[in-house]
Design a protein around this ligand. Structure first.
Ligand code: MSP
Length: 513
């Protein structure tokens, strides 16, 4: 089995400030990328910015800026965000880069050669904000405007000469692909939604525009600009050096294992993208996972509604691991989830500060004060020690399964359960009370609990990488021992080397902060 794994996030429209929805999409993908690395995979994780199209051109014009300079500034903001979110991406692609232009032109030429592109006239409704076409059935009258039923964005009537992609010709092949690959679109509810949509019939897709200039020109007909979604979707292969299909990166990582996206852009990824790829005679990604929306006050977070929780403010105040943990634990992946400051505080306090953090702190400071900071060697393990350790070790295959099915919430629930169990174990067995009466037993309990803390930290490392690694650093655990496989190793500790000094791992959030 190949040990390579390619995962992508959507590339962001860089307009405006990044909000919690953007942060969420990236963090989710980052967790899966990090987990596959824990499993020993060679992972390629891509993110970037989607910079072409009328929307961006108009915004630059409004601000009286050169579009490229405008994009450079905005893209930089998103690049910085990847650092702030502690994403482990291997690459950051911009659609304004020449490697991407080459790739988009090459895919265009493949579609032309296969006879899937023809020149005609487009007349219909278009939303600049969504960069999407809508049929009469998909729009409604709203006062003096027409808006999309799904996104609520204003649509305008466009009429122009346009190249079309023969999407209608791919309907049966798409359905056939969905039938044969029931996990191609996940979760199941999204699969059903797309299946019905495609079954209802597909219209050919307008894939070029003549009314603006900011984009990639159609090869040999540069009054046309390539449709921004055909342009943007191709980023996933541009980053692997397509059109050079012999390139080592392309050979190693295409087809992608998974595209993580929000549900609003599912149609582009699970209908258009596979149709483009089939027409271009390229392999299809293995899975498209559509997560739900982050809501605030029960509504989708968006600039126009003014209900944005600023991820940067929260990170600044409480820390990135705290934000990651909260979003990943409390938002049910695949469904919409409401977020609030109140819930964030409760979640951090209950799970991290009072539970796992407190456990580590108690155990590490006791060892520091009573064992010269060194982890004692165990004597014979008692049945309660073996149960504690084995309960977790036995669960690892299920946990791997959860992550590979994107059942992130169940994974976290189980891991937190281990941490509650570990706290109970220490409270029940009171190693501190045995110092004068049974040193061997005390040492064995301390060893067992530190082993458990190590294993929980490894399992939490894709979710809260900074804190988990801080704990594993305290324990002097080598980097190569921080893998899923290391969990079943009973003793990877250096018993002669004192633990590193401990500082507060998870600060409790008080009501007034
Ligand atoms: N540029 C396109 C993607 C092109 S991929 C070839 C785009 N960009 S976006 O900036 O608008 O959105 C980026 C991601 O953030 C999408 O997956 C989108 O679903 C997600 N989110 C934006 N707002 C969101 C919420 N309120 N909640 C959760 N995710 C949402 O779409």
């Amino acid at each position: 089995m190949s040990k390579n794994f390619y995962i992508t996030t959507p590339i962001y429209y860089p307009s405006g400030n990044p909000h919690m929805g953007h942060a969420y999409s990236s963090i989710v993908a980052d967790v899966f990328a990090r987990f596959k690395r824990l499993e020993g995979y060679d992972v390629h994780f891509l993110t970037g910015t989607d910079e072409h199209g009328l929307k961006i051109q108009r915004e630059a014009e409004k601000k009286n800026k050169d579009v490229k300079i405008f994009c450079d500034e905005l893209s930089e903001k998103f690049k910085k965000l990847t650092k702030t979110l502690n994403l482990s991406n291997n690459d950051f692609i911009r659609t304004t880069e020449s490697r991407h232009h080459e790739s988009v032109k090459a895919i265009w030429n493949r579609l032309l050669e296969s006879g899937d592109i023809y020149l005609s006239k487009y007349a219909g409704w278009y939303s600049v904000s969504d960069e999407a076409y809508y049929t009469e059935d998909e729009i409604i009258q709203d006062g003096d405007k027409k808006i999309s039923k799904t996104s609520g964005s204003v649509v305008d009537w466009f009429e122009e000469e346009s190249y079309f992609f023969k999407l209608s010709a791919w309907q049966d092949k798409l359905l056939n692909h969905y039938d044969k690959n029931p996990e191609f679109i996940s979760p199941k509810s999204r699969y059903n939604e797309i299946y019905q949509f495609v079954k209802g019939g597909l219209n050919d897709l307008s894939v070029s525009r003549t009314s603006f200039k900011w984009g990639i020109p159609v090869p040999n007909d540069d009054k046309h600009i390539i449709y921004v979604w055909l342009d943007a979707l191709t980023n996933y292969i541009s980053a692997l050096n397509f059109p050079n299909t012999d390139d080592p990166l392309y050979k190693k990582f295409w087809p992608a294992n998974i595209h993580i996206i929000g549900k609003d852009i599912l149609r582009f990824h699970s209908v258009y993208w596979p149709a483009f790829l089939m027409a271009a005679k390229l392999p299809l990604p293995l899975k498209v996972f559509g997560h739900g929306w982050i809501l605030s006050d029960e509504k989708k977070m968006s600039k126009s509604l003014g209900n944005i929780l600023d991820p940067l403010e929260i990170i600044d105040k409480y820390g990135i691991d705290q934000l990651r943990y909260y979003l990943l634990k409390e938002v049910s992946l695949g469904n919409d989830g409401n977020v609030s400051m109140e819930n964030l505080k409760n979640c951090i306090n209950n799970d991290l500060a009072n539970n796992f953090g407190n456990l580590c702190q108690r155990v590490f400071s006791f060892i520091e004060k009573n064992c010269e900071g060194k982890l004692p060697k165990p004597s014979n393990l008692a049945v309660e020690d073996i149960n504690l350790i084995n309960n977790l070790v036995k669960k690892v295959p299920d946990l791997i399964n959860d992550m590979n099915r994107q059942d992130l919430n169940n994974y976290i629930k189980q891991v937190v359960e281990f941490s509650f169990e570990a706290n109970k174990y220490v409270n029940d067995l009171q190693p501190w009370a045995l110092k004068k009466t049974d040193l061997n037993r005390m040492n064995t309990i301390l060893f067992s609990i530190v082993l458990q803390i190590k294993n929980i930290s490894i399992l939490l490392s894709p979710i809260i990488p900074i804190s988990s690694n801080k704990i594993l650093d305290i324990l002097n655990l080598k980097n190569e021992d921080r893998l899923i496989n290391s969990i079943s190793d009973i003793d990877l500790f250096d018993h002669d080397k004192p633990f590193q000094k401990t500082s507060i791992l998870f600060k409790k959030i008080d009501d007034d902060n």
